[in-house]
Design a protein around this ligand. Structure first.
Ligand SMILES: Cc1cc2nc3c(=O)[nH]c(=O)nc-3n(C[C@H](O)[C@H](O)[C@H](O)COP(=O)(O)OP(=O)(O)OC[C@H]3O[C@@H](n4cnc5c(N)ncnc54)[C@H](O)[C@@H]3O)c2cc1C
Length: 483
């Protein structure tokens, strides 16, 4: 069933749309915002998920699944951003590499500022956690003294509870400007003829023509993007993936750092394997959550504005890059996640740091006596070294010990490690500076195209794609003598 916004349906002619945007996540919505400033453009956003108020999220059970129904954390208006922690990392090199895409550092920072301004326009809280001052200096010094790097980031925290309201205002603004939404409708294929994009094919077989298509289907669309890349021979490459654990410690251990920076990013290069390890997605007084995929489970974390736990959790991830003959990092990460799911009997494996160090599994009895109480209950006490490759386990132990020198207490025996935590990234579509792919008039943005990994970067790539479309449209009209 599609729920096209009838209010601006009068704009639509039989010739279809000027722009079809696949995905109503931050990339798609910010692209639409930019495009809607050109009043003559007919814009359609197609999303397989539901409208905000209809999106059900099992936040109370702390379970995220990767399907749209019944729990649609990944799909629908606002994309993954709607029920995320809503932490905006106001930096172009966290959650992506905007400068590499723009080829210009100043432009990359301008995009970040623009995204922030638009979020403020729709009611994001004004207070920003600052990224400078003596505390930050001290943290940077402590990290540098043990060979690690602390990234200072200006952050704005919308919060999981507030994000749906902010996204709701954003959507209403787009509707007021004439943008059409077609929800609960899946795009099955791209309409490409002789290397030129012509529109999209819906799962019910309908064809919708468009002059330009923006491919921005987020993490939910990763597999589908791989399929269309292969089918239509769109130029792309595999990126690295991040595999590791979700770490949970008493909030008091992390407080000295999270008071300075809510989502601190530490980057460590391990001595043993020279691998890149990092902290990611810290949830102060938060909860560990389970992610359910089709054939395996994984972990994640979130924090709520109105409900706090006594713990803080963060992802601790090892970057894995592969070279020939196996470059498919997604396939590799999936097989690891499946192994972890098998050893956990279909649940995440939970192990105390002390047990990992001593080479023994954690048990229910040890967990009952543990000082840190696990916020995710649906787990199997076990041994993560049976679930993850040796190299990754070694990187995690070494990296956490380095982190312990910066944040004392992080590797105490009672620290909890949940496995697996996996960050899948889509195949990286090759795009030019205007975000146009190797297929003419097919543009790409956001996580699903491998061009970003967080809200701000996804939104910024959406704006870049919109600017690219506007520029192309202008050139077309100029050449026809229309302007
Ligand atoms: C639990 C969780 C917490 C997070 N917390 C944060 C955070 O605090 N801060 C942060 O910066 N980032 C966070 N992230 C990451 C962030 O949400 C994403 O990086 C961002 O939303 C990516 O934006 P996007 O527009 O590329 O894709 P998405 O937000 O994933 O949106 C893509 C949309 O495309 C739709 N779609 C997919 N395929 C199709 C198809 N074939 N047809 C039609 N529609 C389709 C989907 O339904 C979805 O709505 C979090 C992610 C998750 C899962």
């Amino acid at each position: 069933m599609d729920t096209e916004n009838q209010s601006s349906e009068k704009n639509v002619t039989n010739s279809g749309y000027d722009v079809i945007i696949i995905g109503a996540g931050p990339a798609g919505m910010f692209a639409a915002y930019e495009l809607a400033a050109i009043h003559s453009l007919k814009i359609l956003i197609v999303d397989m998920g539901r409208d905000i108020e209809k999106r059900l999220c099992q936040m109370k059970t702390h379970t995220y699944c990767m399907h749209c129904i019944p729990c649609d954390i990944m799909c629908g208006v606002g994309g993954c951003g709607t029920f995320s922690d809503g932490t905006l990392n106001l930096r172009p090199d966290v959650g992506g590499d905007l400068a590499a895409l723009t080829g210009d550092h100043i432009k990359a920072w301008e995009l970040v500022e623009k995204v922030d301004k638009i979020f403020l326009e729709f009611g994001a809280p004004r207070g920003v956690l600052l990224a400078e001052g003596p505390d930050i200096e001290e943290l940077k010094r402590r990290a540098a003294s043990v060979g690690a790097r602390f990234l200072e980031i200006k952050q704005r925290h919308i919060g999981s509870d507030n994000a749906p309201t902010v996204i709701g205002r954003f959507k209403q603004d787009l509707i007021n400007k004439g943008v059409n939404f077609m929800l609960e409708t899946e795009v099955k294929d791209l309409l490409i003829e002789e290397g030129i994009s012509k529109g999209v094919v819906l799962s019910d077989g309908r064809l919708i023509p468009a002059h330009y298509v923006l491919l921005s289907p987020g993490r939910r669309g990763c597999d589908w993007v791989s399929e269309v890349i292969e089918k239509h021979r769109i130029e792309a490459r595999y990126d690295g993936i991040d595999i590791g654990v979700r770490v949970e410690v008493p909030a008091i251990i992390m407080d000295p750092v999270t008071k300075i920076n809510r989502d601190p990013k530490f980057h460590i290069q391990t001595r043993r394997y020279d691998d890149f390890v990092r902290t990611f997605c810290t949830n102060k007084h938060g909860f560990v959550v389970k992610e359910e995929y089709d054939d395996f489970i994984a972990t994640n974390g979130h924090s709520l504005t109105n409900l706090e736990s006594e713990n803080t959790n963060f992802a601790f991830l090892v970057r894995v890059e592969l070279t020939e003959p196996i470059e498919n990092t997604t396939k590799y990460a999936r097989s690891i996640a499946k192994l972890a799911t098998t050893i956990g009997g279909g649940k995440p494996v939970l192990q105390r740091m002390g047990d990992l160090r001593r080479g023994r599994r954690s048990t229910k009895e040890r967990l009952v006596k543990n000082l840190v109480v696990n916020t995710l209950k649906d787990v199997t006490p076990g041994d993560i070294s049976m679930a993850l490759p040796h190299r990754i386990v070694m990187d995690i132990i070494e990296g956490l010990e380095t982190l312990n020198e910066i944040i004392p207490g992080v590797t105490s025996d009672s620290t909890l490690l949940y496995a697996p935590e996996v960050k899948f990234y889509a195949m990286h579509l090759n795009v030019d500076r205007q975000m146009e792919t190797s297929i003419k008039n097919l543009f790409a943005a956001g996580d699903g195209a491998g061009l970003s990994r967080d809200i701000v970067n996804a939104a910024a790539t959406g704006i870049m794609a919109a600017e690219g479309i506007i520029k192309k449209e202008k050139t077309k009209k100029e050449s026809k003598g229309e302007i």
